[in-house]
Ligand binder design. Structure first.
Ligand code: CTP
Length: 409
């Protein structure tokens, strides 16, 4: 942390009262801290307190007051250039909406736009529990996560409304620890730095005829979250994606495919040279044996579709991999979950499998959260609670880092 330039952005939530303590902790660690305070933020925490603990003028307005001859109106640009990391705590629903839309109507949002690519941006949403799970807040969070921001799920507990739920900003010590980790992640100190990671994601489509296909409900969100997390740690990530409606995560190389055979062909190109292969795609297990040309007419009362098995991409890699390479899979199970996941771990010769609980509301296809249990080859099992897919991906990637040759323990 010593010598690092950190911007702390504070928007208007009650948790803003904790921020002088955060600034103090950062200063004690030797960081240089500059604070940007929004109008709302200033209702909850004093500018003077923040200026005192940071030892710096607090940035409030995009435009300087010219009455004292001050004409410096490009602070937002110099701040963006200066920052090694950008933290917004608390990040209100309003601020998240402005950031995701790219609005620049105050110092905080304008500075956000000027940040240099690759620098960690940590957003700590803090609000009422129902606001946090509202579709608009979740949509904005997804957009910002796709842009490479790290969104830290708020803590659960007592809220300002007197109710209890998810929405509390983590304590300053915890924010500091998260920031320290993410500064390390993007640096050469990260075990994943420079490693080559190949990830399959999304569904595949298997043609029945020229206009119809067999597929599944996979949205690709989990695989894309894993790709984001690996890229943030400095890995060279190749994402082989089935047909999904998701933006390519920053810094990730993407190959779009449609069928399982195409996914396999792409994946094969990287088998030999990658360090880690992660099968997060919901690959169709079967494909029509004889897809028709053009559009089939509905002439018959009943038709039979003959299906043939697709190749298991992950199992292929598991079979071919060297002792230095890691093979990671997911197991989506609706019954005998852990047991089936363990069988897949052995059968496909994997180093780790994430058993994916499935109920369609909290976990599984399309939704934004997931419940995973990480099972290592040596039997070590970690049951994760319900997390956003980004947070679950972080946990998965952290576990994978520990499995890398040289880090195994
Ligand atoms: N997988 C793959 N290629 C396939 C099928 C699955 O790479 N043709 C990978 C998936 O990406 C996932 C893992 O294998 O990481 C397990 O997939 P899952 O659908 O849970 O199980 P299957 O192996 O297909 O077995 P089953 O459908 O019988 O549960």
């Amino acid at each position: 942390m010593r010598g690092k330039n950190i911007i702390i952005g504070i928007s208007g939530g009650i948790a803003a009262y904790k921020t002088p303590q955060l600034v103090r902790l950062l200063k004690k660690r030797g960081a240089n801290v500059k604070v940007i305070l929004t109008e709302g933020g200033a209702r909850f925490v004093s500018e003077l307190a923040l200026a005192t603990v940071s030892g710096e003028t607090v940035y409030r307005s995009l435009f300087p007051s010219t009455d004292q001859g001050n004409t410096d109106f490009i602070n937002h640009i110099s701040l963006g250039e200066w920052a090694d990391a950008f933290v917004i705590a608390p990040a209100t629903a309003h601020t998240l909406a402005k950031l995701s839309a790219g609005l620049c109507d105050d110092m905080l949002t304008t500075c956000f736009i000027t940040l240099r690519p690759g620098k960690p941006v940590l957003l700590f949403p803090s609000m009422d529990g129902y606001m946090f799970i509202s579709p608009s807040v979740q949509r904005n969070i997804s957009t910002l996560a796709a842009q490479g921001c790290t969104i830290i799920t708020p803590d659960k507990g007592e809220l300002a409304s007197g109710q209890s739920g998810v929405g509390r900003m983590p304590e300053p010590e915890s924010i500091l620890a998260t920031l320290e980790k993410s500064l390390k992640r993007g640096s050469e100190a990260s075990p994943l730095f420079g490693k080559s990671v190949v990830i399959t994601a999304g569904p595949t489509r298997e043609k029945i005829d020229g206009v119809r296909f067999i597929s599944n409900y996979s949205s690709g969100k989990m695989g894309f979250a894993v790709a984001r997390s690996a890229a943030r740690r400095g890995a060279n990530v190749t994402l082989i994606a089935g047909p999904v409606h998701l933006d390519t995560p920053q810094g990730v190389e993407r190959c779009n495919v449609e069928s399982a055979s195409e996914m396999y062909a792409e994946a094969q190109r990287f088998f030999k040279s990658c360090d880690i292969f992660i099968g997060a795609a919901a690959v169709s297990d079967y494909r029509p044996a004889e897809p028709r040309e053009g559009k089939m007419k509905k002439e018959m009362e009943q038709i039979e579709l003959s299906l043939v098995k697709n190749i298991d991409i992950l199992a292929e890699f598991g079979c071919q991999k060297t002792p230095e390479q890691l093979a990671i899979g997911f197991a989506l199970e609706t019954q005998f979950g852990l047991e089936n996941a363990r069988i897949k771990l052995t059968d496909k010769n994997l180093d780790l499998i994430a058993f994916n609980y499935f109920d369609r509301q909290t976990s599984g296809f399309e939704v934004d959260t997931n419940i995973l249990t990480l099972i290592q080859r040596n039997g070590i099992t970690k049951e994760l609670p319900q997390l956003t897919k980004d947070a679950a991906a972080e946990e998965l990637i952290e576990t994978i880092e520990r499995l890398l040759p040289g880090n195994r323990h």
